[in-house]
Ligand binder design. Sequence first.
Ligand SMILES: [Zn+2]
Ligand SMILES: [Zn+2]
Length: 131
Amino acid sequence: MECYQHIKKMACGICSECGKGVCKECILGSENLLACSAECLKLLIEKKEMNEQAKKLYGIGQYASLKRSNADWISMFLLGLIFTVYGSYIIYNSHIYGKGNLDIFIIALGLIFFVISFLYWRRGKKLGFKV
Ligand SMILES: [Zn+2]
Ligand SMILES: [Zn+2]
């Protein structure tokens, strides 16, 4: 294959965007992003960024752990919500259940889950996960 701009020169790579042969002089980009022109390079970089965003969104590859930490904070938050609501419910109906330490214990547990979920959420944010 010859370079698309220099008919006599042998191509040393193929543009990843349009498939044209390019010689050493015309080649743009890096080893895993070969392009024949600035426009092709721009498109390739855009596609690569799109892929990275999709990976983040769907939790693929290096972002798998991110996805997991994101699920963590949601489940911790829900646990916190359940315990606080349940604790408040017991306090609200204390005339039925009688006064005890159980209600305070459950609400405290709920608050602990809220704190954990916040820590998880902050960790996810630091790693660049957009919720
Ligand atoms: Zn090209
Ligand atoms: Zn060339």
